[in-house]
Design a protein around this ligand. Sequence first.
Ligand SMILES: Nc1ncnc2c1ncn2[C@@H]1O[C@H](COP(=O)(O)OP(=O)(O)OP(=O)(O)O)[C@@H](O)[C@H]1O
Length: 300
Amino acid sequence: MTIDAIGLTKNYRDVVAVDELDLHVAPGEIHALLGLNGAGKTTTIRMLLGMVRPTSGRVSVLGTAVRPGAYSVWSRVGHLVETPSAYPDLTVEENVRLAARLHAVRDETAVAEVISRLGLDHHRRHRARTLSLGNKQRLSLAKALVHRPELLVLDEPANGLDPAGVVEIRQLLHDLAHRDGVTVLLSSHILTEVARLATRIGVLDRGRLVWAGAAADLIAQARPRLRVGVRDHDRAAAVLRAAGHPTEEDDHGLALAGDRAIRHPDEVATLLVEAGCPPIRLAVDQEDLETCFLRLVGAA
Ligand SMILES: Nc1ncnc2c1ncn2[C@@H]1O[C@H](COP(=O)(O)OP(=O)(O)OP(=O)(O)O)[C@@H](O)[C@H]1O
């Protein structure tokens, strides 16, 4: 395993930031840690990278136990944790060259190559502080990649990027994993962002892993629902609930996830007509991924 964490726990006074987390990331995988704000993603990543000492549990990265003094493994790991960091008065090229030197990279072409791969060619001679947030993020990624790591660990890599930037980073990570065999662990709070990229997903909620498996299996958890459009939401919801249909209300109207409603929408229509609030729209659709994710973490 590229990352092996067992029983990883971090307490901050009375807050359990990460609670008995087992995490196994296989070589070549794109593994996403998904969770709402405060779920424990950053703390987990910091423990994996040896930046925060676990309260209990153990972790190994690329076969090496993470502990003080175990330096050699970090030359095989690239990371980007929280805010992009660069020396503001150095140019893009100088920043990447410095990162290369810190990693003892001797190949001079590596700097130009990674700058170009991150789409920063036009900004090579621009000072880091003049870059947009998106380009600062690209620069941080260039620094994380210049030594051609075997494992790349990214905390919310899409932060600050516009939609085109998000697509670009997704493509880059896909190529790194599939073409160069780099293992990627990333965190995100947006399921739709990682659903198409990750091979495996772990869902964190209040420090605990509440779901783990193949990304395709998580997507398959999205349930069908009967969507009901009515003029009087409250009244229709009361009628449906009284008839035993679990009914949710959202901006689009009412949603019924029960088997009976999905199999017999005609019964639902008759019920509403007889109660004097006839449906103006009735359709079975698939729960969207974000709602599915919120349901998994008990927030929907
Ligand atoms: N240094 C710290 N001291 C005290 N509490 C902390 C510290 N770091 C994190 N926490 C708490 O631990 C919990 C998990 O935080 P963490 O930052 O790991 O979550 P996250 O999933 O990365 O969320 P976000 O996306 O908001 O960064 C939160 O309740 C947070 O307030």
